[in-house]
Design a protein around this ligand. Structure first.
Ligand code: GDP
Ligand code: MG
Length: 430
């Protein structure tokens, strides 16, 4: 998703390549383009202005890190500021009360009923006992849709459609008796931009709901802000952004939290009940910037038991050619822009298949080494280089280049180890 934005940013950073310093002129040039890209992604103009002012202030004053190119540094700052605008940390449902009441509100067709089922599934898997409740006095089919979803998921459901004002409190009492600890209330939609249904305005204060979630379709872009304003009087506590699997331009994700003062809690990424994900500001920034899901990648590496090695590597100690190969694999999986950014020291962007060829070559070279050579590369002299080149079908220059890249990676890791990144995370896998 958000292809156009990531492509544009890719071009911007390519143009900045090869500069030794992040001068105010560079920053301004980069920011001008980022501004255009963000506006094209339908981010609110005021949000763009604030974001870029913060980025500029930080970028111009920032102490330069030798091993990062200016474009990489600027990108890191943009990424951090974007995540900050989107709320910084991932936020959770409050779920207070017994039962906790979660109300889904929003315009027609935004995905409320689907999200009710998704949330039910999500909470049930976390050991909760959710009850799905439909409160739509105007559309009899609404309850059927929710009931069908609930049945498919094996979750209990109830209808308060005939007279929600009277029935919802009864359903809450029933939930309490039957030890359902979360009630998820699905409500009717209104045309986008219209105020919420009057009965809802009357009902909500009586429920003491812990979570009032505004469900919005990411595809509507800036229109989302107008819709959100209309629902603000309901006392919203968070946002669910749906249909991020489509070609939404992502602007809404950046604009909503700051304009509305409420965090995005979940994103919908498909029509199936399992297509719901907790919202992670950093990951969303990565996705908008076309970096792939790098934090997710780091997590996956850790799951694979690579945490210890990564920690070692970060200190630049005992970073062997075997570790280097593992890092190369990780970078390879990080997608085109991730690969581009991870390439050091410049930002030359080779063609996709060229990258792949180069990766294979590097792998062949490392595999032609003995275990001893991989762990102690300093023992590799001229005759060993000739043998490795022959064995891998490459040249001595290729072997030299690989060893030089390895040394550079090691140096960068030492640098990163010394300079703790905010959040304590590696910005990209190397
Ligand atoms: P409601 O009127 O707000 O209750 O919206 P519905 O839950 O009935 O959803 C409207 C349409 O959007 C349905 O066709 C859903 O399958 C679809 N939908 C909901 N969430 C998502 C999502 O995250 N991704 C996609 N692709 N479709 C979704
Ligand atoms: Mg519905």
């Amino acid at each position: 998703m958000f292809e156009s934005l990531s492509e544009r940013l890719g071009q911007i950073f390519q143009r900045l390549r090869g500069k030794g310093l992040l001068t105010p002129a560079d920053v301004d040039q980069g920011l001008k383009e980022i501004r255009a890209a963000l506006l094209a992604a339908d981010v609110h103009v005021e949000v763009v202005k604030e974001l870029l002012a913060r980025v500029r202030e930080r970028a111009v004053g920032e102490r330069l890190v030798e091993s990062l190119s200016p474009a990489q540094q600027l990108l890191l700052i943009v990424r951090q500021e974007m995540a900050r605008v989107m709320g910084g940390e991932a936020q959770k449902l409050r779920l207070s009360g017994r039962p906790a009441v979660v109300v889904l509100v929003g315009p027609a067709g935004s995905g409320k009923t689907t999200t009710a089922a998704k949330l039910g599934r999500h909470l049930a898997r976390k050991g909760r006992r959710p009850l799905l409740v439909s409160a739509d006095p105007e559309r009899p089919a609404a309850a059927e849709q929710l009931a069908a979803l609930a049945q498919r998921l094996g979750l209990p459901w109830a209808s308060a459609d005939q007279d929600p004002l009277a029935q919802v409190p009864q359903v809450l009492a029933r939930a309490r008796r039957e030890v359902q600890d979360v009630v998820i209330l699905d409500t009717p939609g209104v045309p986008p931009g219209s105020p919420p249904p009057p009965f809802l305005v009357e009902l909500l204060p009586r429920l003491q709901a812990s979570d009032v979630l505004l469900v919005l379709d990411a595809l509507v872009g800036q229109e989302a802000l107008r819709v959100a304003e209309a629902f603000r009087p309901l006392g919203l506590t968070g946002i669910v952004l749906t249909k991020l699997d489509g070609d939404a331009r992502g602007g809404a994700a950046l604009s909503l939290p700051s304009r509305l003062g409420q965090p995005i809690l979940f994103v919908g990424v498909g029509e199936r009940p399992e297509d719901l994900e907790p919202f992670h500001p950093e990951r969303m920034a990565d996705r908008i910037l076309g970096l792939g899901d790098l934090s997710g990648l780091v997590e996956k590496l850790q799951e694979a038991g690579a945490a210890e090695r990564a920690a070692k590597a970060l200190k630049g100690e005992e970073f062997t050619l075997e570790d280097f190969l593992a890092q190369l694999e990780a970078v390879r999986r990080a997608g085109p822009l991730g690969q581009l950014l991870a390439r050091l020291p410049g930002l030359a962007r080779p063609a996709e298949d060229e990258l792949e060829r180069e990766f294979k070559k590097m792998k062949a070279i490392i595999q032609s080494m003995t275990v001893e050579e991989r762990r102690n590369p300093h023992i590799i002299g001229a005759s060993r280089k000739r043998r490795i080149a022959r064995g891998s079908g490459t040249t001595v220059q290729d072997v030299n280049r690989l060893l030089a890249e390895y040394e550079q990676a090691k140096k960068l890791l030492r640098e990163l180890g010394r300079r703790r990144f905010p959040g304590g995370k590696l910005p990209f896998p190397r």
